[in-house]
Design a protein around this ligand. Structure first.
Ligand SMILES: [Fe+2]
Length: 198
């Protein structure tokens, strides 16, 4: 493996970042399934829903990138249903969406994947979880689990898991216009994660 850069890369912070808040693993971690490793969770047919291009950088608190971090992502489909035996929701599965991917960061700490926007799902007759995507990051020194949420979701305000985070705003992302070359109806998201040790 390459030696880590001895000096912080351009754009690194001169002050310490604040560590990204962690969140629970949740009941729908895909224990018995094989993740997609292509970086495109919408392929294999065309998954239903708004296509999202999600990317970001995994860093240490000094802003230096973490190379070779393994990232697992899992999520509900565009009906709010997980492909998981434990999800007893009446919502339909999408035959073209597995909702489970695995990525590895490059030397610049970057990751990127394409997926669809999940929607909120019911957790009891009166409670809903806001739309979110689960992230599990494994490095040589650390295992970190969190959830990424979407700006404007009406359930963000009442979700006990998001509200339990020390800085909920660090877990909420905004949809941005697509980059050149991406489908005009798709959206782009940047979600950076600062690890305590890296
Ligand atoms: Fe979830």
């Amino acid at each position: 493996m390459a030696e880590p850069a001895s000096t912080p890369p351009q754009g690194a912070h001169e002050f310490l970042l604040r560590r990204t808040p962690d969140q629970i693993l949740g009941p729908f971690y895909p224990v018995r399934r094989t993740p997609d490793r292509t970086g495109d969770l919408t392929q294999g047919g065309r998954a239903q829903g708004l296509v999202l291009h999600i990317s970001g950088t995994i860093t240490r608190l000094d802003g230096t990138p973490v190379e070779g971090a393994e990232i697992q992502v899992w999520q509900a489909n565009r009906h709010g249903r997980y492909r998981h035996d434990g999800d007893v929701s009446a919502e339909p599965l999408d035959p073209h969406f597995e909702g489970f991917g695995e990525l590895v960061t490059g030397a610049d700490g970057r990751y990127a994947f394409t997926t669809i926007k999940p929607v909120a799902y019911r957790t009891s007759p009166t409670t809903w979880r806001p739309a979110h995507i689960h992230f599990r990051v494994t490095t040589q020194l650390e295992q970190f689990v969190t959830q990424m949420y979407f700006e404007g979701d009406p359930y963000n305000e009442t979700d006990p898991f998001l509200r339990s985070a020390r800085r909920p705003e660090a877990l909420i992302v905004a949809l941005q216009p697509p980059a050149p070359g991406q489908a005009p109806e798709s959206r782009r998201i940047e979600f950076n994660i600062a690890l305590a040790t890296g």
